[in-house]
Write a protein that binds this ligand. Structure first.
Ligand SMILES: *Cc1c(COP(=O)(O)O)cnc(C)c1O
Length: 425
């Protein structure tokens, strides 16, 4: 097995003699076959092959394969966005009447998806405090609980998940654990190695890394034994009427989960990633290991600077020795956590606005985790729809400023913050 920084560059595409060195973009909606019989077999999932890009595209598959290797997974697929990845990851195994257990600190978009939109589909959700002891978390489970959902490092609360605790809890209740690993990236953490069954990503963030494309990815470990609970996972273990009675687990074994998600959910719901976006994502992935290292070292220095600043009320960064999550971060992410820092100013909300308007290098943007330093006030921006009570539950204080530290020179980033901080009196 190669090291991860090598996989970033080499995985997914192995050119043959005379073929392009760079992973090519197959910019085509459709693929041609010589016989009608052969095309028919593809539609029956009897043969594997490309026929229509909504279902599968070679460029998308090569990029998914690279991410799959980085995560130590069995199979993977790309989706049109991180939202689509999380939606499919859950909906692939939950249906009307089912129930999900979800960490309260997940990304605002995921919170809305799992608590509001999926409720309209008859899927209910119990929100739990990820820091609660196991005995407390047990109470959230029901007979119809079909999965547990959490984030390695929560956006933007920066709560570090005790992955082993969550994995054992999920497995004791015959459920898979789904972990959104967007912030940690596979460079810093492989949730599958700690017991997670399915990993999702918003590739929009560090993986693309340049703010160029919106995208998502689902990686399946192939480890969860659906066949051990055929009554609980009928979608995977009983005949699919929309596919001539195929039973995914029987026909595809460890590949059942991703095959069902592509051939059924992608077919019907269609949140496909554009091949051109997958091509651009691959260019981002080539430098992922380099960039993540720089993001983490810059962020640690910024966090240490803010911690000592007299106008700063609090700093939350799991890499700080004083952080509540330092020990968990050391256990699961010894090489570093992420480039995102949360902090509050003594002047509260008003000072936050003044400071942000004064920044020159850091821009105000609804984005995180790309090469350019950016800043956001979640209570006024991304989490605007949430009530104060929900904000507190999500670990988002009203004065929380989310700073996404880029890969610029550290001296310039700190100088920008220093000059902006001067105007907050
Ligand atoms: C951004 C984000 C998402 C949503 O991803 P999109 O690509 O914007 O749809 C999901 N989870 C996490 C942790 C995120 O940061």
């Amino acid at each position: 097995m190669m090291e991860k920084d090598t996989m970033c560059v080499q995985s997914g595409w192995k050119p043959g003699n005379g073929q392009p060195r760079l992973m090519p973009v197959i910019q085509s909606t459709t693929f041609k076959y010589d016989s009608s019989e052969q095309m028919g077999r593809l539609f029956d999932l009897e043969d594997s092959g490309y026929f229509y890009t909504r279902l599968q595209n070679p460029t998308n598959d090569m990029v998914a394969q690279k991410i799959c290797e980085l995560e130590g997974g069995y199979t993977a697929m790309l989706t049109g966005s991180g939202q689509a990845a999380n939606y499919y990851a859950v909906f692939n195994i939950c249906e009307n009447g089912d129930h999900i257990v979800m960490s309260s600190t997940v990304y605002g978009g995921t919170f809305n998806l799992l608590t509001c939109t999926m409720k309209k589909m008859g899927i209910s959700c119990t929100v739990v405090d990820p820091d609660a002891p196991k005995e407390e978390l047990e109470k959230a489970f029901r007979e119809n609980t079909k999965c547990v959902f959490a984030e390695t490092i929560a956006n933007p609360a920066l709560v570090v998940l005790d992955i082993k605790k969550f994995a054992s809890l999920a497995h004791e209740h015959h459920c898979p654990l789904i972990v959104d690993n967007t912030f940690a990236t596979p460079i810093n953490c492989n949730p599958i190695a700690w017991g997670a069954d399915i990993v999702t990503h918003s590739t929009t963030k560090y993986m693309d890394g340049h703010g160029a494309t919106v995208g998502g990815c689902i990686v399946d470990s192939g480890n969860f034994d659906w066949m051990a609970y055929p009554d609980r996972y009928p979608g995977l273990c009983t005949p699919d009427e929309s596919y001539h009675g195929i039973v995914y687990t029987e026909k595809f074994g460890k590949g059942a989960y991703i095959t069902k998600a592509t051939s059924q959910l992608m077919r019907d719901l269609g949140s496909v990633q554009a091949p051109m976006n997958a091509f651009l994502l691959n260019l981002g992935l080539e430098t992922l290991a380099l960039r993540v290292e720089r993001h983490c070292s810059n962020a640690l220095k910024v966090a240490q600077y803010l911690e000592k600043h007299d106008k700063v009320a609090w700093v939350n960064y799991p890499g700080l020795t004083g952080s509540k999550y330092y020990d968990l971060a050391q256990k699961y992410m010894p090489k570093g956590t992420c480039g995102v820092i949360a902090f509050g100013l003594k002047g509260g909300r008003a000072a936050a606005g003044m400071m942000m308007d004064q920044l020159k290098l850091a821009v105000i943007a609804t984005h995180v985790a790309d090469s350019k330093t950016c800043i956001l006030h979640p209570a006024s921006h991304t989490h605007r729809q949430m009530t104060d009570e929900q904000l507190v539950e999500a670990g988002v204080a009203p004065d929380l400023i989310r700073l996404s530290v880029g890969i610029e020179n550290i001296n310039d980033i700190i100088a920008d913050l220093a000059q902006a901080m001067e105007v907050t009196d």
